[in-house]
Design a protein around this ligand. Structure first.
Ligand SMILES: [Zn+2]
Length: 119
């Protein structure tokens, strides 16, 4: 399974797009953009980055009022922490749990190169 497939499995068909730009969730359309170098990758950190953005889509659907204030620092912090937690849970549901357990991700998906530490 690659990052695109994992994201599409989570969000549904037609809601994940490949982009030349950055990996991000688009609140205006409720879709997730995955950068080319991420979308076909099978590396766990890239799959988690894709699932992290999918988690923002779920947050938006479940907490639209909180999401509206996402540029406020405390809200932003909560959304980011929660999205990483959610990405881990989604990865576990996809059967990638054992791999997730050995990897710590220390960057947001929109940064070009997530730093990954294998413990
Ligand atoms: Zn995020």
């Amino acid at each position: 399974m690659n990052a695109f497939q994992a994201a599409e499995h989570t969000l549904g068909k037609g809601r994940v797009f490949i982009t030349r730009g950055r990996t991000c969730y688009q609140p205006e359309t409720g879709t997730v953009n995955l950068a080319g170098e991420i979308c076909l990758s099978r590396r766990i950190e890239n799959i988690l980055a894709a699932l992290h953005e999918c988690a923002h889509a779920h947050q938006h659907a479940q907490h639209p009022v909180i999401f509206a204030f996402r540029n406020l620092w405390p809200v932003r912090w909560w959304l980011e922490e929660d999205a990483w937690r959610c990405a881990h849970i989604l990865a576990c549901q996809l059967g990638l749990g054992a791999m997730v357990k050995s990897v710590k991700i220390c960057a947001h998906a929109s940064y070009t190169k997530p730093q990954v530490f294998v413990s």
